[in-house]
Design a protein around this ligand. Structure first.
Ligand SMILES: Cc1cc2nc3c(=O)[nH]c(=O)nc-3n(C[C@H](O)[C@H](O)[C@H](O)COP(=O)(O)O)c2cc1C
Length: 200
């Protein structure tokens, strides 16, 4: 995991802290791998906007979980427009940080080649264009993984292309790719602590 906290000092040039208090943006994709754990982590975050891919909206039901368990202050944006209309918020400095977790192999592959045709990939692209630091928890981090299917644990074997895409994402500016839930928690805590310290 690279440097966390200030991401080398970047805070998002589009952000004007005096204009409004920026929130945390979180893109949720259709990955069963650490889906429940990511939702649990989101439940502890104040001032959260969640961008839900179409697949994530299906997967949440398959795991019998519910977006309604998020804090009442959380705002949920679903993938219902071709233009990904909610991403306009990134241009107005609404977000200090983006988390993409968990990130499917599909979303990671698209992000790596610059495709933005879903809400999650659009949010990632706009965060990059607005210089909003991003933390990605990619699913495909090792050649062999134990993952939770709706009816229990299964083994999956990410392909060379999946692992290669995760590695390529690690080279992006202002992007930190984490390999585990513990690293995601650490990266998020460090980022929030850095923002707190720099605003006081
Ligand atoms: C129950 C279930 C679990 C899934 N888990 C994963 C996963 O762990 N990793 C992954 O890359 N795709 C997983 N998928 C497949 C993705 O949901 C699918 O590729 C989808 O098109 C991704 O869309 P998104 O990247 O826009 O969210 C899962 C699908 C289902 C139905």
């Amino acid at each position: 995991m690279g440097s966390i906290g200030g991401f080398g000092g970047a805070r998002g040039t589009a952000v004007k802290p005096e204009a409004r208090i920026p929130r945390l943006a979180w893109a949720l994709t259709g990955s069963g791998h650490f889906f429940a754990e990511s939702l649990e982590l989101m439940r502890g975050v104040a001032d959260l906007d969640v961008f839900v891919s179409k697949a994530a909206a299906e997967v949440v039901r398959m795991y019998r979980d519910d977006m309604k368990k998020l804090p009442p202050t959380a705002r949920v944006f679903r993938d219902t427009t071709a233009s990904a209309a909610p991403v306009g918020r990134f241009y107005h400095g609404d977000y200090h940080t983006l988390v993409v977790a968990p990130a499917t192999s599909n979303t990671v592959a698209k992000c790596v080649v610059g495709i933005s045709d879903t809400l999650a990939t659009n949010v990632f692209a706009q965060a990059g264009k607005c210089r909003v630091p991003t933390i990605v928890f990619a699913c495909d981090t090792a050649p062999e993984l134990d993952t939770k299917a709706p009816h229990g644990m299964v083994k999956v074997y990410p392909r060379r292309i999946d692992l290669g895409n995760t590695a390529r994402l690690k080279t992006f500016d202002d992007v930190i790719v984490v390999d585990s839930l513990a690293d995601l928690e650490r990266a998020l805590a460090a980022r929030l602590a850095w923002l707190n310290a720099s605003s006081s």
